[in-house]
Design a protein around this ligand. Structure first.
Ligand code: BES
Ligand code: MN
Ligand code: ZN
Length: 606
């Protein structure tokens, strides 16, 4: 296969390996294609990019530019192919105009609870609301009272206004204060999306009843997060439905957050980021019969070919992984009819002046059945285990965004050991001993603890790229969901510095993380009688709630310690995103991790 370069062989590879050469083993030369024209939009504007369509997922066999295509089985099992979905194209503009002059479909006014207070004559004390109410002959105060709108966060009310410059006005509750965090302003964007969607509006404006309530230094972040919140709130993944809903919204004006090149640049950033988050969501939403390891590799290669000025792709097939002695990863892949693909994208900025080298590693299980320790019983969520490549979706979503943003001074390696955890006569058995690429032997006492087996070899490979910092993301343990619930990811790192960096990035992204301890003494339960270690710690009993929690967390710590395949000189962080990968209420992927990773890479760029 073309994947295995002319390969002057294992000896060369092994020696490179030992020398810890940062050079990858093989680079796929990928055809260059200009980035989508929509992204070089006119100033003050940006467009939301196209989501994955049939030219992408599911049609790889015809593309033929990657070796992954050759290994991919012909049509997807069940004959499913994702539909072409009209890409939502939204132009955002930051404007300094008087709201009453604005013309369009829906004027969204963001109000705090305080903004709704009235004077002794029952008039709004807030100047914007009073002016608007006057213009509407008192309709605004009437509807607020009738609908019991008090400005609480998440509340909204919409009024139809025949004969006005704007066809509708909507009030959106902000709670007690104007937004001062990324999460709050993203929430505002989502509310705007929701009222615009219900009204089938094609144009909208967002104004604040108290614009002075927004801190001057927060305005840029507010504009960007409102914009990305609107795009992501509007986006619905209908590629696998026989009919898709039309997105009507085309134009959104942001009033009161300034105007000019700085805010325009932020709006472009919001666009690039949103396209990465959407890509990540689509990867996770795609079922395992469509998104096989080969298709994931193909999607990654496409990022490299689309942004070929900054990316190169390396895809290693089974033979190559064998040469690299990735026994731990290959054992997980062994039962599947869909062969594994080890994926490595390398981002190098134009000009080549690199000050920092980073690696981002993602768990890429396109499906996790549990293997012989099959997932059974209510609550095991086997039917959701297509999301077990959520870590890799965060990695490639971030890669897509960074391919457009092109930060200088930083080199980034995106690494995913993609495979499927299945059951067959060729699969790994409980009790098997596997050997990872750093020579360590592992007794597999539970085939359902497969993620760490794949990550072990991926982390050894990442260390060999000569990077200073590694962040891995994985839907690793149900225990982390028990500990932190569905919307917070667990972080584990011996490095306080890295913990601070990710925490700073999360403040801008609005994604939630909580640091948990790497308790060395829990390693005890990971010892094996016959190998260097087992892959899961012993089960601890207990019926009291507190004991249950302690049991969960002790199992969790043991799992994380297992991931210490990382060179001690390298700063490393593990992120367990088993909870936030999926939104149960909305029955869809979240795109979790993309925003924080992009922000972290930007903080490491110069
Ligand atoms: N992919 C799962 C983790 C998971 C479970 C994510 C539920 C989201 C929801 C992982 O491979 C796994 O099966 N982990 C086991 C580990 C156990 C065998 C020690 C788990 O969490 O049960
Ligand atoms: Mn598992
Ligand atoms: Zn898994």
């Amino acid at each position: 296969m073309a994947t295995a370069a002319s390969t002057s062989a294992a000896a060369v590879l092994a020696s490179r390996f030992l020398r810890r050469s940062p050079r990858p083993l093989r680079r796929l030369a990928l055809s260059s294609r200009a980035p989508p024209a929509a992204l070089s939009a006119r100033p003050s504007s940006f467009h939301c990019p196209a989501p994955l369509g049939p030219q992408q997922l599911g049609h790889r066999a015809r593309m033929g530019h990657s070796t992954a295509a050759a290994a991919a089985p012909a049509p997807a099992l069940g004959l499913t192919k994702p539909n072409a979905v009209e890409p939502p194209q939204i132009t955002f503009s930051a404007k300094d105009v008087e709201f009453s002059e604005w013309k369009g479909d829906i004027l969204a006014v963001a109000v705090t609870e305080k903004d709704l207070s009235k004077d002794s004559a029952s008039k709004f004390e807030n100047a914007v609301l009073e002016k608007l109410d006057g213009q509407l002959g008192g309709l605004l105060s009437e509807v607020a009272a009738e609908e019991d709108f008090t400005g609480k966060a998440g509340q909204s009310v919409v009024l139809r206004l025949p004969g006005q410059g704007f066809k509708r006005v909507g009030l959106i509750g902000l709670g007690q204060n104007a937004p001062s965090t990324a999460a709050a302003s993203r929430g505002l964007g989502e509310s705007v999306a929701s009222i615009a969607k219900a009204a089938q509006a094609s144009s909208a404006a967002i104004v604040f009843a108290s614009p002075s309530g927004i801190q001057e230094e927060f305005k840029l972040t507010a504009a960007a997060t409102i914009a990305s919140g609107t795009v992501l709130g509007l986006y619905e993944d209908s590629r696998y439905k026989s009919e898709s809903k039309k997105v009507h919204l085309k134009q959104v004006d942001l009033i009161g957050l300034g105007s000019g090149p700085e805010v325009d640049q932020k709006l472009k950033y919001a666009n690039d980021l949103a396209s990465g988050v959407i890509f990540g969501r689509e990867l996770v939403n795609s079922p395992a019969n469509v998104l096989t390891p080969a298709v994931l590799a193909e999607e990654a290669s496409k990022i490299a070919s689309t942004y070929s000025d900054v990316f190169t792709a390396t895809i290693l097939d089974v033979e190559k992984c064998k040469e690299l002695k990735m026994g731990s990863y290959l054992a997980v892949a062994a039962a599947s009819a869909n062969p594994p693909h080890f994926i490595h994208l390398c981002y190098k900025p134009a000009g080549g002046n690199v000050k920092r080298k980073l690696a981002i590693v993602g768990k890429g299980l396109t499906f996790d059945s549990g293997g012989y320790n099959i997932k059974t019983g209510p609550g095991c969520s086997i039917e959701l285990m297509k999301f077990d490549m959520g870590g890799s979706a965060a990695v490639f979503g971030a890669a897509k965004a960074l391919g457009q943003i092109k930060p200088p001074g930083v080199e980034v390696h995106f690494i995913v050991a993609a495979c499927e955890n299945m059951i067959s006569g060729t699969g790994m058995r409980p009790g098997d001993i596997v050997t990872a690429s750093n020579g360590k032997t592992i007794e597999v006492n539970n085939t359902d603890a497969e993620g760490r087996l794949t990550l072990a070899d991926a982390l050894v490979y990442a260390c060999n790229q000569g990077v200073e910092k590694i962040v891995d993301l994985a839907t690793l343990t149900g225990a982390c969901v028990v500990a932190l619930g569905p919307s917070i990811a667990g972080i584990f790192t011996p490095s306080d510095e890295l913990a601070k960096e990710i925490s700073a990035a999360s403040e801008v992204s609005g994604e939630k993380f909580w640091r948990l301890p790497l308790e060395e003494s829990y390693w005890e339960s990971m010892k094996s009688g016959v190998a260097d270690m087992v892959n899961t710690g012993g089960r601890q009993g207990g019926s009291i709630t507190a004991a249950l929690f302690l049991k969960q967390s002790s199992v969790l710590m043991a799992l994380v310690l297992f991931l210490q395949y990382v060179d001690e000189k390298v700063q490393w962080m593990h992120i367990d995103m088993a909870g936030p990968v999926w939104n149960d209420k909305k029955r869809t992927a979240t795109g979790f991790g993309v925003s924080t990773l992009v922000e972290w890479v930007l903080k490491n760029s110069s």
